[in-house]
Design a binder for this molecule. Structure first.
Ligand code: ADP
Length: 425
C-alpha cells in the first residue's frame, strides 16, 4: 500500500476513492474502524470510511488513530485525513482534534488543511472558503443542523479546534510552485508545530500542493487534495499504472433508488424521477412513528413492481415538514427511525433480487451499507463529480451509487442507472 486515507464519513470516502482511482491507483474502500492491519485489502490506496464527523472528539480521535495504525501496519507510506469540502466542523472538532492527534502519531511538525474541490465549486482564497460564488458563511451551510458554518476564514475556524498554530499559505505562494509551498510550510513550523490553510482555486493549485507534500507523512483536506498524490508515487517509481477509468460490470438484476436525504439537490432529483414516470413510494415519517407504516409495507409494494424499470422509495421532504417531525419526535430520533426503515428496505430489496442500488444521503448511505453487511467497496466510473458507482468487494452481488445529499445533477437517479445498462455481468 502506498497511501492510507482516513475519511470522516462514507460518501466522502467514496468521493476521495474516486479521485484516486481516476488518477490511476488501485483503490479499495473499507467501512468502519479496521480490526487490524491484516484485515485491510491489498491495493495502492485504502480508504477507511468512518462515521466520525460529529461524534465527541475523543471518539473521533480514537477511531482515527486506530485506522491510522492499521493503515501504517499494512504498509501505507503517507496518510490523508479526508473531511468535507465545506469544512463541516464545530469549535470542538473534529477536524482540529483529529489532525493534532495524527500529527503527533506520525511525528510531523506541520501539515496542510485544504478543503478545495473546484469541480464542485469549493475554492479557498486568502484562507476564505467559497461555495460557488458565495462565502461559506453565506451559503446554505450556515443553517446546517449539526455543523452550521458561520465563519468563512478557515484560519479562524481551525484555530479554536487545534492546539497548534494555524497559518495561511496564500494564493501568491501556491502560484510559485511546489518548492515555494514547501518552504512556506517549513517557515510556518519554524517556531513549533503548525497547520497551514492553503489556498486553491484550480486543479493546478491542488496538484502543486500535492507535489509539495511528496514524501510527507500527513495531509488533510477534501477529496481535491488527493488529486496530485498519485503522481508523486508515480514519479518515485512506486506506482506503475496510468490514469484510467476502472473497468466495471454491474451484476444483473433489478434496480432501486432509496432517498433519505432532504437536501435541495435530492428534492430536485426525486421530482425529476417522478416527472419521468418512475414508480415511487413515499415514506411518511409520521406514519412510520405511529406504526401505520413499516419496511414490510414498503417491500410488499415493491415486490410487484420490481422489473425492467427501477422503483424509487423516498422519505425526502421539504424543510418545513422535516422541522415539524423533528419538533414532535426529536431530531436524532426522527433521523434514526427513517434511517432504520430505509436500511431494512434495502435489505429486503436485495432479497427480492435488487442488485443495483442508488442511495441518496450520507447518513442514509451509512445505514444502508451497514445493514447490507458490506465491509469493502471497489470504485467504478464517475456519475457526477464526487460520486462513482461502486461494487461490494466482499462477495456480495451488488452495485451501489452512494450520493452525498447535495451532489449530482437533477437527472442523477435515471442517469446513474442508464450508465449500467451496457455493463452486465
Ligand atoms: P444528506 O446527505 O442530505 O445530509 P443524510 O442521509 O446524511 O442526507 O441525512 C438526512 C437525515 O434526515 C437522515 O438522518 C434521515 O433519516 C433524516 N430524514 C430523512 N427523511 C426525513 C423526514 N421526512 N423527516 C425527518 N427526518 C428525515
Amino acid at each position: 500500500m502506498l497511501l492510507g486515507v482516513i475519511a470522516d464519513d462514507l460518501t466522502g470516502a467514496t468521493d476521495v476513492a474516486l479521485m484516486l482511482s481516476r488518477e490511476g491507483m488501485r483503490v479499495v474502500q473499507t467501512v468502519g474502524v479496521p480490526q487490524s492491519a491484516d484485515s485491510l485489502p491489498d491495493a495502492d490506496a485504502v480508504v477507511v470510511s468512518l462515521k466520525s464527523r460529529t461524534n465527541p472528539p475523543e471518539e473521533a480521535i480514537s477511531w482515527s488513530l486506530a485506522a491510522c495504525d492499521a493503515l501504517l501496519g499494512a504498509g501505507a507510506q503517507q496518510i490523508l485525513f479526508k473531511y468535507c469540502s465545506t469544512f463541516d466542523s464545530t469549535d470542538k472538532g473534529n477536524i482540529g482534534p483529529v489532525t493534532d492527534a495524527l500529527m503527533q502519531r506520525l511525528g510531523v511538525e506541520y501539515t496542510i488543511a485544504c478543503p478545495a474541490f473546484p469541480a464542485n465549486g469549493r475554492s479557498v482564497y486568502q484562507g476564505h472558503l467559497f461555495v460557488g460564488a458565495q462565502l461559506l458563511s453565506d451559503s446554505p451551510m450556515k443553517d446546517h443542523p449539526l455543523t452550521p458554518m458561520r465563519e468563512s476564514n478557515l484560519v479562524n475556524v481551525l484555530q479554536p479546534q487545534s492546539k497548534h498554530a494555524i497559518g495561511l499559505v496564500p494564493f501568491s505562494v501556491v502560484e510559485q510552485g511546489a518548492e515555494a509551498v514547501r518552504a512556506a510550510f517549513q517557515a510556518l513550523a519554524a517556531k513549533g508545530p503548525a497547520i497551514g490553510v492553503a489556498d486553491a482555486v484550480t486543479n493546478q493549485h491542488l496538484r502543486t500542493l500535492g507535489k509539495a507534500f511528496a514524501g510527507h507523512a500527513l495531509l488533510t483536506g477534501g477529496s481535491g487534495i488527493a488529486l496530485g498524490l498519485p503522481d508523486n508515487f508515480r514519479a518515485a517509481g512506486l506506482l506503475q499504472s496510468q490514469r484510467r477509468e476502472a473497468g466495471f460490470a454491474a451484476p444483473k438484476g433489478h434496480a432501486a433508488i432509496l432517498a433519505g436525504s432532504c437536501s435541495a439537490a435530492t428534492r430536485g432529483q426525486v421530482a425529476d424521477a417522478k416527472a419521468k414516470g418512475i414508480e415511487t413510494f413515499e415514506i411518511d415519517a409520521v406514519a412510520l412513528a405511529e406504526k401505520r407504516l413499516s419496511a414490510e409495507t414498503v417491500l410488499a409494494w415493491a415486490s410487484s413492481r420490481l422489473g425492467a424499470k427501477p422503483v424509487l422509495i423516498y422519505s425526502t421532504a421539504e424543510p418545513e415538514i422535516v422541522r415539524q417531525i423533528q419538533d414532535r419526535f426529536g431530531r436524532d430520533a426522527a433521523g434514526a427511525m427513517v434511517e432504520h426503515c430505509l436500511a431494512d428496505v434495502a435489505k429486503g430489496l436485495t432479497a427480492q433480487g435488487v442488485t443495483r442500488l442508488v442511495v441518496a444521503g450520507g447518513e442514509t448511505s451509512g445505514a444502508v451499507v451497514t445493514a447490507l453487511g458490506i465491509s469493502m467497496l471497489e470504485i467504478g466510473p464517475e456519475i457526477d463529480p464526487g460520486v462513482p458507482w461502486t461494487l461490494a468487494a466482499d462477495g456480495k452481488r451488488i452495485a451501489l451509487a452512494l450520493k452525498s445529499g447535495n451532489f449530482g445533477t437533477p437527472d442523477f437517479f435515471t442517469k446513474s442507472l442508464v450508465m449500467l445498462e451496457d455493463t452486465q455481468r
